[in-house]
Design a protein around this ligand. Structure first.
Ligand code: BG6
Length: 279
């Protein structure tokens, strides 16, 4: 069942309920902020302090970082992680394919507002399949006459039992940029957490596993060569907007991305698809 809902402040979202799962998707940012399979704990983490405010990204779920990930490399005054996560998208299609599977499709197009931040004509489609797996497909089409370059991320916040209980597999031997020290290093074994971690893994091709003591979440990425692994730990968490002091314990971001040297150049009238399947 698909219902369009509205919060008291006018913030609109799509509520999906089928026999396999439930999800909530905000029109602002095409932002999935809730996904839970029947009889399970939510897969996505959402801050209990998240303010669903206009023009402000939701803290949790899956923000879409686009057309740049992190700081804009030409102008650091531009919004971090681009503008797709704070603009209102258009609902293109919503359909219960059967009792287990719902498809949602949203679109963002260039406008005078996007042009003032990024001078290209584009179409961005976000297809979501909600079932016992969550499939997210971000299709970028260049409608301009010249090529453009993007970096991007499906910035998934996963809900975990406790950050000290989890390990991330699938990144062994991969090169990564450590955003905390600005060093280029290589991963040895699983990623485990006993301090702040903010890394961009490069040339990632394998499935990534998030091992928690009560379940394993699998992240299969296509059209993506980077994986961002982020937990703010104690001090950064205390400084961050819309996060309670101990929020870092219950969340871990593993982002399906194309970042830094894994940027994507799209020729005029061509498209690129980034797909993440969470199971
Ligand atoms: C991650 C970055 O992708 O996003 C972190 O690697 C950043 O450095 C985090 O703090 C959250 O960003 P924001 O803009 O949503 O607060």
């Amino acid at each position: 069942m698909i219902t369009i809902k509205e919060m008291a402040n006018g913030f609109q979202y799509i509520e999906v309920k089928n026999d396999m799962a439930c999800a909530n998707i905000a029109l602002q940012g095409a932002h999935i902020f809730h996904y839970v399979r029947q009889e399970e704990e939510p897969i996505l983490w959402l801050s209990d302090m998240s303010d669903f405010e206009h023009d402000k990204s939701i803290r949790g779920g899956v923000p879409i970082c686009w057309p740049w990930f992190g700081m804009n490399k030409r102008n650091s005054n531009l919004p971090q992680h681009g503008f797709a996560r704070t603009l209102v998208w258009e609902l293109q299609n919503s359909e219960d394919r059967d009792k287990n599977t719902t498809h949602i499709s949203l679109k963002l197009s260039d406008s005078s507002e996007t042009f003032s931040l990024w001078p290209y004509r584009f179409e961005l489609i976000f297809n979501i399949i909600i079932s016992d797996t969550l499939v997210m497909e971000l299709i970028t089409t260049n409608l301009d006459e010249k090529p453009f370059e993007i970096t991007q991320a499906l910035h998934s916040y996963f809900n975990i039992s406790d950050i000290t209980n989890v390990a991330v597999q699938g990144l062994d031997k991969k090169p990564y940029f450590d955003a905390l020290t600005s060093k280029h290093l290589h991963q040895e074994g699983d990623v485990i957490f006993d301090k702040e971690v903010d890394r961009v893994y490069q040339n990632v091709s394998d499935e990534i596993l998030l091992l928690d003591n009560f379940r394993t979440i699998r992240i299969k990425n296509e059209g993506s060569s980077s994986a961002v692994v982020w937990n703010p730990w104690i001090e950064k968490c205390a400084r961050m907007s819309a996060m309670s002091e101990d929020a870092y314990l219950g969340m871990l971001c593993i982002e399906s991305a194309n970042a830094m040297e894994n940027c994507i150049v799209i020729a005029s009238q061509n498209s690129h698809t980034l797909r993440a399947t969470i199971s």
